[in-house]
Design a protein around this ligand. Structure first.
Ligand SMILES: Nc1ncnc2c1ncn2[C@@H]1O[C@H](COP(=O)(O)OP(=O)(O)O)[C@@H](O)[C@H]1O
Ligand SMILES: [Mg+2]
Length: 226
């Protein structure tokens, strides 16, 4: 599903954020991407979303070579990928409902279907009662849940989540993990960056550990020498 071959990323200012990272993530996996701040987790997710391009190496997602993907095909490629950013990027003067519905409107989903799906995901993240509020007036944790709903409403094949539980209390973090596990059971491949080691140890998921841009620890299925 996701294959990286010796992927390096050097930012223009000279920081090498990733150094020859090779790994495979199979369809249906739920993998944690861990490592201290600055390890390269966000960079890796941005490469997978085709928000950045690697300096060298190859990235194959769902059979498509991201290096060769023309710019005009990027929106089509992203239809199947849900992304939960670290900074939520909600539209502050839009309501919760509008922020989530927009993800589907942009894809041309019929209005009735949009309404059904938005209401369902808002229920999943516990925001059904706040759908008419403006995003700007929500707490940080609520905004984070809107961002999660916005990613899930696309029913993506792949979910990329960058510290999705970072601003949430323990109870809500567990709730989000339950939702992720449920959609993973239904077939969505998940890569979730987190530096919450307690959470990582509580779940038995595969762990891909990064440190200063290198894979330092990975439970199973690391591509070697490829
Ligand atoms: N847009 C950018 N321009 C320059 N350097 C960056 C940029 N984004 C991240 N970096 C640097 O790349 C390294 C990895 O960062 P990041 O991928 O954000 O790590 P993490 O998410 O694990 O904290 C850090 O040294 C960071 O300062
Ligand atoms: Mg990060």
């Amino acid at each position: 599903m996701i294959r990286l071959f010796r992927v390096s990323k050097r930012y223009p200012e000279g920081v090498t954020a990733l150094h020859e990272v090779s790994l495979h993530i199979e369809k249906g996996e739920f993998a944690f991407l861990t490592g201290p701040s600055g390890a390269g987790k966000t960079t890796l997710l941005r490469l997978l979303f085709r928000e950045e391009r690697p300096t060298s190496g190859q990235i194959i997602i769902d059979g498509r070579n991201l290096i060769k993907l023309p710019r005009k095909e990027v929106p089509f490629f992203r239809r199947n990928i849900g992304l939960v950013f670290q900074d939520f990027k909600l539209i502050p003067h839009w309501t919760v409902y509008e922020n989530v519905a927009f993800a589907l409107e942009a894809l041309g989903t019929p209005p009735r279907e949009i309404r059904k799906r938005v209401l369902r995901v808002l229920g999943m993240v516990g925001l059904h009662g706040k759908m008419a509020r403006k995003a700007a007036v929500l707490s940080g944790g609520e905004q984070q849940r809107v961002a999660i709903a916005r990613a899930l409403v696309k029913e993506p094949k792949i979910l990329l989540a960058d510290e999705p539980t970072g601003n949430l209390d323990n109870e809500m973090a567990c709730r989000i993990m339950e939702i992720f596990e449920e959609i993973n059971t239904r077939g969505t491949t998940i890569v979730m960056a987190t530096h919450n080691y307690e959470l990582v140890s509580r779940y038995g998921n595969r762990v891909i550990g990064l440190d200063r841009g290198r894979v330092v620890e990975a439970t199973e299925r690391v591509a070697e020498g490829t």
